[in-house]
Design a protein around this ligand. Structure first.
Ligand code: BGC
Length: 512
């Protein structure tokens, strides 16, 4: 009998052999090593394409205080303010993946997934946020998850931070305090040291706009510290610097040995101008810059730094408000250079499309007001159970093309895309959302020539949809939250998705 350790080593070798075949070295220095060749036909995925599903720690794990885990800002907020959530729902138990991860891996297997995007809970690893205490039970848990994935030939794609800041770090102000970057770097180091031998794809942050909204609004996102147009810009500034430092640390200290890739996941809707007037077209462009460019421009653009349109508008508004400084902090020129280019890939979460026009909106001060963009859903398209998702597949292709043109040379991994319903196993709407969005993504790859290299559907499991609780269901698998065993049941869409994933092609009938 082979020992478990030998089996794991063999599995890790197989993955790296497979990877070597999938990710040939770049032909020239301008081409990312993560470049896949276009498929022969429009409905096929390129060889080596990653297809899987995604989750996040707080939404699925439960075990909120198990085995030495520290408290997170989401634990704190939903315990202290259940009224900020829905029906008193919180992540105390959620899908109980802390105990049931083997069933999650089985669900991925049934889906024919070759990649799983999940997040690590910072307070499960470092209960105080700092390395004074490293929780071995937390390390063991993620080792078990990662090893089981590799035994099943599923590549782990790991998010370091999906919103669950250790509460201990909120006591010192959370992300608006720039010292947080120091703490994040040390946390990332613990992750590279413990898991970097097997994890080859790292995402520093998931959706910075959502993270920083916790410093702009009351209620919505933790820690619910409303300082709109100030706290959110400060928090964003720290996140960008923390991301860049972790990227550099990996290049300098881990890359040679671990041979992995580090990126960040940004989220964006497509903004479609209401009319083709210059004003509306500019408003739509500004919508994307304020939502995604805020983070993407410093990291992925040729020139770096914040988008000029943000700099100009926030500076002007701050002056008009009689402030002695801009609410949007500045990078030094050294910082601009240090941050530019700090990603091996572009992680994209995309759900829907908005209509955009120009006008006064939002409270003063706020990012919304600074943007001067009025955006809303087009009610001629069907809507899911969450109001922010209207099924507008063509916006996905436009956004992929926009990103590829604006930030050339970066491979894109679609790290989230999915449809929310109210529950039930018959989920035709989800199947049709996925097939129509996948068709647009394949056109962006095979017809338009963009280098998209992976796709993880949101979400593997019905889970805690943050402040919407368990009411809104994004899962491919239904989880029964009234049963202490939290049984998982495949919804009808799993059959179609699993066929697409195993055949590596989308049946041509899904192309309009
Ligand atoms: C987040 C997920 C969330 C999903 C659906 C994204 O904003 O990363 O955690 O559940 O969208 O709302």
């Amino acid at each position: 009998m082979l020992s478990k350790r030998v089996v794991l080593l063999l599995a890790a070798c197989l993955v790296s052999i497979a990877e070597a075949a999938l990710w040939p070295a770049a032909a020239d220095s301008h081409q990312s090593p993560l470049t896949l060749s276009r498929a022969g036909a429009v409905n096929q995925f390129p060889d080596g394409f990653m297809l899987g599903a995604a989750t996040a720690a707080y939404q699925i794990e439960g075990g909120w205080d198990a085995d030495g885990k520290g408290e997170s800002i989401w634990d704190r907020m939903l315990h202290e303010h259940p009224e900020y959530g829905t029906n008193g729902d919180n992540g105390d138990v959620a899908c109980d993946s802390y105990h049931k991860y083997a069933e999650d891996v089985q669900a991925l297997k049934n889906l024919s997934a070759n990649v799983y995007r999940f997040s690590i809970s910072w307070p499960r690893i470092l209960p105080n946020g700092d390395t004074d205490v490293i929780n071995q039970a937390g390390i063991d848990y993620y080792n078990n998850v990662i090893n089981l994935l590799l035994e099943n030939e599923i590549q782990p794609l790991v998010t370091m931070y999906h919103w669950d800041l250790p509460q201990a770090l909120q006591y010192i102000g959370g992300w608006p305090n720039s010292i947080l970057a120091d703490y994040f770097v040390e946390y990332a180091r613990v992750l590279f040291e413990n898991f970097g031998d097997r994890v080859k794809f790292w995402i520093t942050f998931n959706e910075p706009p959502a993270i920083v909204s916790g410093y702009a609004n009351q209620g919505g996102a933790a820690p619910s510290q409303p300082a709109p147009g100030i706290g959110d810009y400060l928090a964003a500034h720290t996140l960008i610097k923390a991301h860049a430092r972790v990227y550099h640390m990996y290049q300098e200290q881990y890359k040679a040995l671990q041979q992995g890739y580090v990126g960040i996941t940004l989220n964006c809707d497509w903004y479609e101008p209401v009319t083709n007037s210059t004003e509306d077209v500019e408003a739509a462009e500004r919508g994307i810059q304020f939502m995604m460019g805020h983070y993407a421009h410093p990291i992925y653009s040729e020139e770096g730094d914040y988008p000029p349109v943000m700099r100009q508008r926030v500076d002007a508004n701050s002056a008009a408000e009689g402030r002695p400084r801009s609410r949007l902090p500045s990078f030094t020129s050294e910082e601009v250079a240090y941050i530019r280019g700090t990603s091996d890939f572009f992680g994209l979460n995309h759900y829907s499309t908005l209509l955009a026009t120009s006008g006064e909106t939002g409270s003063v001060p706020s990012k919304e007001h600074d943007s001067g963009v009025i955006s809303y859903g087009d009610d001629s398209y069907p809507q899911g159970s969450a109001s922010f998702v209207r099924v507008i597949p063509w916006g996905f292709r436009k956004l992929l093309n926009w990103i590829a043109a604006e930030y050339p040379g970066y491979p894109i991994i679609v790290t989230e895309n999915g449809y929310p319903d109210w529950g039930g196993l018959d989920d035709k709407n989800r199947t049709s959302y996925y097939t129509s969005y996948l068709a647009e993504m394949l056109k962006a790859i095979n017809t338009d020539g963009n280098n998209v290299i992976g796709y993880t559907a949101w979400s593997l499991l019905g889970n805690l949809e943050w402040s919407s609780g368990f009411t809104i269901k994004f899962g491919l698998y239904q989880v029964d939250f009234n049963d202490t065993e939290r049984p998982r049941t495949a919804k009808d869409s799993v059959q179609t998705i699993s066929q697409i994933y195993s055949n590596k092609e989308l049946p041509i009938e899904y192309f309009p």
